[in-house]
Design a protein around this ligand. Structure first.
Ligand SMILES: NC(=O)c1ccc[n+]([C@@H]2O[C@H](COP(=O)([O-])OP(=O)(O)OC[C@H]3O[C@@H](n4cnc5c(N)ncnc54)[C@H](OP(=O)(O)O)[C@@H]3O)[C@@H](O)[C@H]2O)c1
Length: 221
């Protein structure tokens, strides 16, 4: 297995790298600072510097992975942004940071990474139930919600483009104890990532384009 994880300096991305390395996979992973790159090196991954909000950095990735063919691509990098409780308008810079990371980043990377996928590869974006319109009962974090709803649209369009070439899904990792999820979250990263790895490993072509919970159950958009 040859795996690429985008945004793996800490949290769920780093846990994906640790678990895939444990099972003996070849892993290439990205981080945007030296601390993150050192963590990836220590796990035996090929570590590449990438800031998904930087067009030049994203454009340089293709050359860095030239000749590689990935069986699994996980686009994990994400930010939450302002922790609003109601309809508090984000500052322009907050809006740009969240949308550039969570939406424009994948829109820059997915077209170029499609060419680096092995036939029948699996492609996952880390989305969130918070982006689902169905059954929404809170508007807390509305900028993050809007960004993940947009990411779900990006995944749907990517799935249309890659039909028959890769199985593409949006994954909800659960509410996980990372810097983003906080100490009060329900799941350990190890458990969430173990579930998502199992879900990814057992994907069938019928699940192409789906929105899935970490345990593989389908989620409404
Ligand atoms: N934790 C949860 O409960 C939860 C729930 C639903 C969905 N998710 C999603 O799961 C994914 C991972 O979340 P997490 O909990 O692991 O979050 P986290 O602990 O905050 O880690 C976020 C990761 O994204 C990277 N990143 C942020 N901006 C980046 C940029 N511009 N370029 C490259 N990498 C960047 C961070 O790198 P740096 O170290 O350089 O900042 C870090 O590796 C995110 O997409 C998140 O939205 C998480």
């Amino acid at each position: 297995m040859n795996i690429l994880v985008i945004g793996a300096s800490r949290g769920l991305g780093l846990e994906f790298v640790a678990q895939y390395r444990d099972e003996g996979a070849a892993v290439t992973a990205t981080a945007r600072n030296d601390v993150g790159l050192a963590r990836l090196h220590a796990l035996g991954a090929t570590a590449l510097r990438l800031d998904v909000t930087d067009a030049a950095s994203a454009a340089a990735l293709s050359a860095q992975i030239a000749g590689q063919s990935f069986d699994m691509l996980i686009v994990n990098a994400g930010v939450y942004g302002p922790r609003t409780q109601g309809l508090e308008t984000p500052a322009q810079a907050e809006f740009d940071a969240v949308m550039h990371t969570n939406v424009l980043g994948p829109m820059r990377l997915l077209p170029q990474l499609a060419a680096a996928l092995a036939p029948g590869a699996r492609l996952a974006v880390l989305s969130s139930r918070m982006g689902a319109m169905a059954g929404r009962s809170s508007n807390a974090g509305w900028l993050y919600r809007a960004s993940k709803a947009a990411l779900n649209s990006v995944l749907t369009d990517t799935a249309l483009a890659l039909k028959g070439r890769a199985i593409c899904v949006a994954l909800h990792p659960g509410w996980v104890r990372t810097d983003m999820g906080g100490d009060g979250a329900e799941l350990e990263p190890a458990r969430s990532v173990a579930d998502m790895r199992r879900t990814l490993a057992s994907l069938t072509p019928e699940q192409h384009g789906a929105f899935l919970n970490h345990d593989g159950k389908p989620l409404p958009w």
